[in-house]
Ligand binder design. Structure first.
Ligand code: UT7
Length: 337
């Protein structure tokens, strides 16, 4: 491990002790989408790797998905909700403008001891959340935390815009992180980056102070998310490669030491292209985008949950989480599982 990274570490390790995910039952396939907009299963599959996405019903909200995922993670960790000290919900589709989605999760779980907040770093939100919790645990400030990525992107999707509506889906993933002083397991290193100059590449403008609810929108489409797909595509490949390369350098690791790279699932072609540049063998790249589409902050924890439960990674493996999204934001975590 790099000296600078080693020196900063305390005996407290931020260890993932529980994980879970939840997706709404309703699925929307490419074939069904092709009846709604001018597209085809063939186009969506070859350009993105997506075959279907889960979509919430009218009465399913972000906090509901987050709570269901959190319950599974707590059960796996055998941690009672009353013991949880911090809840972070990474989301760009919150329950309300305020209070935070995390407040509703706290209430549903009756996690009375926790302090809670939402984290708006789009698709990088979960990776940012782990990095923040790592700091609080390593400093001894907290003993445990719940980090949840939860999104209901279908609720801000323009179902008439074929350039965006094919990409996104709903879901939630959660992890319990606990402080352990007895070993090497845990988050080894995290990085986080952003570039506000490129905010226009991915955005949803309504309901904020720039377009307040008490004034009519000059463009009604601004209630939906807008993306500049090509621009995001190129930036995503570049930033994923940079974030993973930096992780390897700082931790004195090579790709041979890594068992699995779990990327934000934004487009299978983006992940494949970045993996090729990083020379990651195919079997070390986890993909579940075909089933979920892009679920923003929920994507990494959903993928991690599936990867761990299917036995593709085992305790002692070193894995990398990497994400990129609106802001622009990007970042990665190196974890000994
Ligand atoms: O997590 C971060 C958020 N993720 C993103 O923002 C996504 C990043 N970008 C992407 O995944 C890809 O850029 C897309 C999947 C959005 C688009 O793929 P592309 O290979 O970059 O296609 P393109 O935008 O260059 O469009 C190629 C053609 C265009 O037609 P012309 O101009 O060549 O005649 C589009 O109009 O494909 C057309 N097109 C479609 N055709 C059928 C665009 N969307 C569709 C569609 N079905 N859904």
């Amino acid at each position: 491990m790099n000296k600078e990274v080693e020196e900063r570490r305390t005996p407290c390790r931020a260890v993932i002790t529980g994980y879970g995910s939840f997706a709404p039952e309703k699925k929307l396939t490419n074939e069904e989408l092709a009846k709604m907009v001018d597209t085809s299963d063939e186009w969506i599959t070859t350009r993105t790797g997506i075959k279907a996405r889960h979509i919430t019903s009218d009465n399913e909200s972000t906090a509901f998905l987050a709570t269901e995922a959190a319950k599974k993670a707590l059960a796996e960790a055998k941690l009672d909700a009353s013991e949880v000290e911090l809840i972070i919900v990474a989301t760009i589709t919150p329950e309300m403008v305020f209070p935070s989605t995390a407040s509703f999760v706290q209430r549903s779980l009756q996690a009375k001891k926790a302090w809670v907040f939402d984290l708006a770093a789009a698709c990088s939100g979960f990776v940012y959340g782990l990095s923040i919790v790592q700091q609080f645990i390593e400093s001894g400030r907290i003993k445990n935390a719940l980090v949840i990525g939860a999104e209901t992107l279908s609720k801000i999707t323009n179902w008439k815009d074929r350039t965006s509506c094919i990409l996104f889906g709903d879901g939630a993933g959660a992890v319990v992180i606990e402080s352990k002083e007895d070993g090497r397991r845990g988050i080894i290193y995290s990085n986080m980056y952003s570039d506000g100059d490129c905010w226009e590449a991915l955005n949803c403008q309504a309901h904020g102070s720039r377009h307040p609810s008490n004034r009519p929108l000059e463009d009604p489409k601004k209630i939906y998310m807008e993306i500049k797909g090509r621009e995001v595509y190129q930036q995503a490949v570049r930033r994923i490669v940079e974030a993973v390369t930096e992780c390897l350098e700082k931790c004195n690791l090579t790709m041979d030491d890594i068992s699995m790279v779990i990327s934000h699932q934004m487009n299978a072609r983006i992940i494949e292209s970045a993996s090729k540049r990083l020379k990651i063998p195919e079997e070390k790249v986890f993909l579940n985008i075909a089933e979920y589409g892009n679920t923003s902050a929920a994507s990494v924890p959903i993928a991690f949950n599936e990867c761990a439960r299917s036995g593709r990674i085992k305790h002692g493996d070193i894995i990398i989480f990497v994400a990129f999204g609106a802001g622009l934001t990007w970042g990665a975590n190196v974890i000994e599982f």
